[in-house]
Design a protein. Structure first.
Length: 476
């Protein structure tokens, strides 16, 4: 499904460090880089108490004792005929394992549940003849991974909250799906109605029909946060009952969103008893249209996990909800990045060479310890820093010790991309319609075009992830 995900980017032009800092503040005041501290702000006593509590209650389902699962979301749209779909998909997953030099413990897939016409798929059949959940799950298992099934309620999501009773379409379909998933019996993750806090899905509070990145009268969907929580709980409890092999993921979108300032997380939290893993989808796409020569602020990734749209950009403190601290650290829950990547391939305002160089830099460049690409931010560890001598502003093991799974969105597709452009003394929303967005490590900037940076990006991915911290198999 097409996503309209604004990303706040800290673009820093070339020059002295003082010039860079000035340009950073002007280009992206939301950054407030000096306020992004390590999220684990606890005393030694509190840390000890937390550790004792955790030892008493044990780990969440499939939570590794140490380390972070490697995950991938590969393109499944290419597999459209009904011949050996499981084998084809599994071979595609294994091909990425070979190319990247690492087996991936997680594979992310999507199931429209139901379609926009109201028809539900089952575990092993699909009303439109698309790939089934069973096919995806078996392909993932054959590649050595556990599947993450994203259930997307495109057809009347209100039925999961207001018409949920034995005999209703949503109740019966969910029960049958959960029973089949339980009979399948292997490790499985269920992610229901993700990115509910955005403005692009029918299970959100509103959809940005006017394409101005703010909520206007008449854009409400009627699906309230209370509807979402009730819907999530209904689905989750069905899997609790019939599929004990399924871990449940609650996954909003990163809180740097368009629209008015509001709490974009807590109103949607469905309850500790139905959430095994907390998660975010967080992308970097150059929200402020950085130009050639710009560099990515190394703190942007950490900022996305600790700030949201309620933050007042004119003050030094963080007025918003710190997602990582609130839902992962304080609740002692494992945290997963269910979707992440970076791309500037949609930037048709730049020529092909400029676009290619910037796209590569935004993913994989290293300029200094305060400016580096998204891959360094997402996968950068102290192990990597010692190996390479590349200092990192934030190493994930230190800053986000509850980060237990990372899924890179290894897909190229067409989307509608909103950005922000400064015109004189005002800002305007600029859309890139039906734009080619290549999120892949080793991707390009033109559909079926040159991928001249593929080798260097894949080599960096291999270098970043080849250490004992990253796990290639699910721990029971």
């Amino acid at each position: 499904a097409a996503r309209q995900l604004p990303r706040h980017t800290q673009a820093v032009a070339s020059g002295t460090q003082a010039q860079k800092n000035t340009q950073l503040r002007k280009a992206a005041p939301r950054a407030k880089p000096r306020t992004v501290a390590a999220p684990q702000r606890t005393t030694a006593g509190a840390t000890a108490a937390r550790s004792t509590t955790r030892a008493a209650v044990g780990r969440a389902k499939y939570e590794p004792a140490t380390g972070t699962y490697l995950g991938a979301a590969i393109d499944t749209a290419q597999f459209t005929d009904g011949t050996d779909l499981t084998g084809k998909l599994s071979r595609s997953m294994q091909a990425w394992n070979r190319e990247s030099g690492r087996r991936h413990a997680l594979q992310l897939g999507f199931v429209q549940f139901p379609y926009d016409d109201g028809k539900f798929p089952t575990w092993n059949s699909d009303p439109r003849g698309w790939m089934t959940a069973e096919v995806f799950a078996n392909a993932a298992a054959a590649s050595g991974a556990a599947p993450i099934l994203t259930l997307e309620p495109f057809g009347n999501p209100l039925q999961f909250s207001r018409d949920w009773k034995p005999g209703s379409a949503s109740y019966n379909a969910t029960q049958q799906f959960a029973q089949a998933a339980g009979k399948w019996g292997k490790p499985l993750f269920i992610r229901f109605a993700h990115e509910m806090n955005g403005s692009w899905y029918p299970w959100a509070e509103w959809t940005d029909k006017n394409k101005n990145m703010r909520r206007d009268p008449g854009e409400e969907t009627g699906f309230t946060p209370d509807d979402y929580k009730k819907s999530y709980r209904n689905v989750a409890l069905m899997f609790r009952r019939f599929a004990p092999n399924a871990a449940l993921i609650w996954c909003p979108n990163s809180g740097l969103l368009g629209g008015e300032r509001r709490d974009v997380f807590r109103p949607f939290y469905p309850g500790d008893d139905v959430v095994d893993w907390v998660a975010l989808d967080a992308y970097e796409r150059g929200w402020t249209l950085p130009m050639p020569g710009a560099k990515l602020w190394a703190g942007q990734f950490a900022h996305n996990l600790t700030h949201d749209a309620a933050d007042d950009t004119t003050t030094p403190q963080n007025e918003s909800v710190n997602f990582y601290e609130t839902f992962a650290a304080r609740k002692n829950k494992p945290f997963m990045l269910c979707e992440t990547s970076a791309t500037l391939s949609y930037r048709t305002d730049l020529n092909t060479l400029e676009r290619g160089a910037m796209n590569n830099a935004w993913k994989s460049a290293y300029w200094n310890g305060n400016e580096y690409g998204w891959m360094h931010s997402v996968y950068g560890t102290t192990h990597f820093a010692k190996q390479t001598g590349q200092n990192l502003l934030y190493a994930i093991v230190v800053t986000f010790p509850r980060l237990k799974g990372i899924v890179w969105f290894q897909v190229a597709k067409r989307e509608y991309i909103p950005t922000e452009k400064t015109v004189g003394d005002r800002k305007e929303i600029v859309w890139f319609d039906d734009a080619y967005t290549d999120y892949r490590v080793g991707g390009g900037v033109q559909e079926n075009g040159d991928r001249s940076f593929a080798e260097s990006e894949i080599n960096l991915y291999r270098q970043l992830t080849t250490n004992p911290h990253f796990l290639s198999a699910i721990q029971p």
